[in-house]
Design a protein around this ligand. Structure first.
Ligand code: CIR
Length: 264
């Protein structure tokens, strides 16, 4: 995989928020998400992806799956092929099957995590040199072992790391800014999992800013974290802020809202 393939993409897949988003999973109840506000944020997110020149597919809402706007958890898209995940949240298991035909239409090679292990895309960070996967309440050792067998055959190296206790996904606390630069909370990087990478920490009290995405020439980050924004910009990146108040109520952020890839 070329280094740029970790952040340059021709395509993204998104799914419109469902009216049932009010029943989405959350670790702590901080209020019910407002559908209209979420739709407005989602539209801004898609417009920003499109402005980079990419083709952005908008799938229709799936009311049967309250968390289905968070498409990232359903698949891992690599240059060699796409791998359908097996979400660890029982209410989300069916979302992966809904995504499979969409990816089959674009990719020649599709693999699938068969189970019984579970793994969600939010626990997987693809960098310019390796694939990092965090065990979490959603991603277990068996799911990681299945993924390892597939990606190793495709020439990738996979390293298992740990998601901090009480954090939903590994990528809730980190994101890739370029092939070799990672934005992370201090609580996550303290484990040493990013040793050897260039590291930018979220500003004090702004841990919720860690989940961003680098998509072509921009970094999309949740609005309202000026200290972290300044650190990212000082490192030379172009930042676009997207409202995330409603997704944040459901422990969701920038990465969760899309699958980003270049079909092969
Ligand atoms: C969930 O608990 O599954 C959703 N409410 C949030 C999923 C966020 N996805 C992600 O970080 N990749």
């Amino acid at each position: 995989m070329t280094k740029d393939a970790s952040f340059r993409f021709t395509h993204a897949i998104t799914r419109r928020p469902a009216a049932t988003i009010t029943q989405g999973l959350r670790a702590v109840d901080t209020g019910t998400p407002d559908l209209a506000t979420m739709q407005a944020h989602h539209a801004a997110y898609i417009a920003t992806l499109r402005a980079t020149g990419a083709t952005v597919i908008e799938l229709p809402a799936l009311d049967a799956y309250p968390d289905s706007v968070f498409v990232e958890d359903t698949a891992l898209c690599l240059p060699e092929g796409a791998i359908i995940m097996r979400p660890g949240a029982p209410t989300r298991l069916g979302e992966a099957a809904e995504m499979e035909p969409q990816l089959r239409a674009l990719y020649t090679t599709i693999a699938r995590i068969q189970g019984p292990g579970t793994i969600e895309g939010g626990d997987i960070l693809v960098t310019g040199r390796e694939i990092l996967v965090g065990q979490s309440a959603r991603t277990d050792a068996a799911g990681i072992a299945e993924l390892r067998a597939i990606v190793t055959a495709w020439g990738h190296s996979l390293r298992e790391v740990h998601t901090p206790p009480g954090v939903l996904h590994f990528k809730t606390d980190c994101s890739l800014l370029d092939a070799n630069t990672i934005l992370s909370t201090e609580r996550l990087s303290a484990s040493g999992c990013f040793d050897g990478y260039k590291l930018i920490h979220t500003a004090p009290g702004e841990e919720a800013a860690a989940n961003t995405i680098r998509f072509n020439d921009v970094v999309l980050m949740p609005a309202g974290f000026p200290g972290t924004r300044q650190r990212i910009e000082q490192a030379g990146f172009t930042v676009v802020e997207i409202g995330n108040s409603e997704c944040a109520k459901l422990d969701g952020g920038m990465s969760c809202l899309s699958l980003r890839f270049t079909p092969s």
